[in-house]
Design a binder for this molecule. Structure first.
Ligand SMILES: [Zn+2]
Ligand SMILES: [Zn+2]
Length: 265
């Protein structure tokens, strides 16, 4: 599999994605160091919990990396348009290029993107037809990791027995309460924000519409028959195999083949 990376040059986007990466780092290294691993060593938590925590963390990082570095579906400069499909294309009045209908011009990236959902500064990339599935996985695994972290913070405070082999002079032991509060605050923020976003994304997919179209009331004008939910989700995730909807280590394949172009970065 040939890996092509796509980077958007936008200092504001770099700042936002650094914040997201910092939160991931705090959850993935500091909380296990402070709570998970010491309690595992003293037999208060099982191997399964530790494995589950690291799996959620790894899937979160892969989804973040791939969502931010995958071409969202930029329209090529001189696309070959079959004569029979001409009525499915339109001219973009910002870059003066032909694009398939339901594309949108992203002013941040300076390109037209097929079925663009929105531009997300938190991944410093557009969310379009080719990386929408990775964005959804990122939302999902961020919720799982945040929930895990919140549960560990809660158990550390109310449930776990005190650790017997801990150095009370260590920085993390002396400031444990403050560090747990920071983690709880970030966990609540991430879980709350991601749940709201995930809900709007799922309702959008069920209605077979993008965030931009929803905001411009595009659906009011669209008179297409409603597709079954399995079909709309399969089109977004690029496969009918439901188990693969959860895996970020794979290639996306277009199921709506009419207006798809291979990656051209
Ligand atoms: Zn354009
Ligand atoms: Zn963009």
């Amino acid at each position: 599999m040939k890996l092509r990376l796509h980077f958007v040059v936008d200092p504001m986007g770099w700042l936002c994605i650094s914040v997201v990466f910092f939160i991931w780092l705090y959850n993935s290294f500091f909380i296990p160091y402070l709570v998970l691993l010491p309690h595992f060593r003293e037999g208060h938590v099982s191997k399964l919990v530790v494995a589950g925590y690291y799996l959620a963390s790894a899937l979160c990082l892969v989804a973040l990396f791939r969502a931010s570095t995958t071409d969202p579906g930029r329209v090529p400069q001189n696309p070959h348009i079959p004569h029979s499909e001409r009525d499915q294309w339109e001219l973009c009045n910002k870059c003066n290029m032909m694009r398939p209908k339901r594309s949108h011009h992203c002013s941040r990236c300076g390109h037209c993107v097929r079925r663009m959902d929105h531009h997300c500064p938190w991944i410093n990339n557009c969310v379009g037809e080719d990386n929408h599935w990775l964005f959804l996985q990122l939302c999902f695994y961020t919720q799982v990791l945040s929930l895990f972290t919140l549960a560990l913070d809660f158990c550390q405070y109310y449930y776990f027995q005190p650790l017997s082999k801990v150095d009370m002079e260590q920085f993390s032991s002396r400031h444990e309460l403050a560090l747990l509060r920071i983690s709880t605050f970030m966990g609540l923020l991430m879980f709350g924000g991601m749940s709201g976003l995930f809900y709007t994304q799922i309702t959008g997919i069920l209605a077979d519409t993008t965030t931009i179209e929803k905001m411009s009331h595009f659906m009011d004008q669209m008179k297409t028959a409603r597709k079954p939910w399995q079909q709309t989700f399969a089109e977004v995730f690029g496969t009918h195999w439901k188990i693969l909807w959860f895996l970020p280590f794979r290639r996306w394949r277009p199921l709506r083949d009419a207006y798809h172009f291979p990656s051209h970065v």
